[in-house]
Ligand binder design. Structure first.
Ligand code: NAP
Length: 263
């Protein structure tokens, strides 16, 4: 299969590295990257680099659009000859609907819309994707495999893209915000701030590891919250301030914003 990527930033880099490291994909695939960098000369034995808009004799089975949402139109128009019928076009641009991509490419192709997250760079993305009816099961599996090479992937409905973005796309920043809040708490003569930050990060990773093998988080949390103890004192304050409602409301706000941005 011949695969092209238009745009070579964070997400494209993660996808290319993911594809290359999971060799089963690249054994049969040919990767072309159309970038926008006038100064840099890229080289990689497994990819061919071309300037965006440069004439290309090949036709591609899959084209990934990896540019910012505002650049989608110019990236498509500047490379219009790459788009042919019966091809799969995969867009990772936040908020850009399948219908919009179809109107821009003006071809009878299948379109996939995907939402990876920041953790793609460490092959730990949580990616949601949806597609139109022109994408057959085999192609879908292939694309799913490509996203699996950069983390977890789930097929969702296009109507769910905004709430998926609100929960998993913006999710890393919510976790960072909570960690920042913990980092601002308490200080110790015996532990400097840098060390304290490291310990808090360990708190996060060790708790995550434990939760991944825990059947019911609520049960476990109740078990470790002794009556009249320190944890209960803190949790009571969270509950009094309705922390869970604050989180729910915040995510609903993000969903609404994603919806507004995709209009
Ligand atoms: N980063 C994330 O965590 C994340 C998460 C979910 C979804 N996304 C989506 O993924 C897409 C890419 O994000 P990113 O973080 O990878 O952005 P990025 O690092 O800015 O990469 C985009 C690249 O596209 C290039 N570009 C712009 N116009 C082009 C054109 N006409 N032809 C070829 N290349 C062109 C840009 O080059 P110049 O800067 O030189 O123009 C830039 O290198 C966005 O649509 C975003 O919504 C990103």
């Amino acid at each position: 299969m011949k695969i092209a990527l238009i745009g070579y930033g964070n997400i494209a880099n993660a996808l290319v590295n993911g594809m290359i490291s999971s060799e089963k994909i690249l054994l049969t695939d040919d990767l072309y990257i159309f970038h926008n960098n006038k100064e840099k000369i890229y080289q990689h034995d497994k990819c061919t680099f071309m300037r965006s808009g440069e004439k290309c004799a090949h036709s591609f089975d899959i084209i990934f659009l990896c540019v910012k949402p505002n650049d989608i139109e110019s990236a498509i128009n500047g490379n219009l000859e790459l788009f042919i019928d019966n091809q799969i076009v995969v867009s990772v641009a936040a908020g850009i609907k399948i219908k919009t991509i179809k109107n821009l490419i003006k071809r009878d192709s299948g379109v996939v819309r995907a939402m990876p997250n920041l953790c793609a760079v460490f092959n730990e993305s949580i990616t949601g994707f949806c597609s139109d009816n022109n994408v057959g099961d085999n192609k879908k599996k292939h694309i799913e495999g490509i996203f699996r090479s950069i983390g977890y992937v789930r097929e969702i409905k296009e109507e769910e893209m905004d709430s998926f973005t609100a929960l998993f796309g913006s999710g890393p920043a919510y976790i960072m915000y909570f960690i920042e809040s913990l980092m601002k708490c308490e200080s110790f003569d015996s532990i400097d701030e840098e060390d304290k930050s490291l310990l808090i990060l360990n708190l996060l990773s060790s708790t995550s590891k434990m939760l991944l093998v825990t059947e019911n988080i609520n049960d476990l949390r109740k078990k470790v919250t002794s009556k009249g103890g320190t944890t209960e004192a803190a949790i009571k304050l969270f509950e009094d301030k309705d922390f869970m409602k604050i989180v729910r409301d915040a995510i609903q706000k993000a969903t609404k914003r994603s919806l507004e941005m995709s209009k």
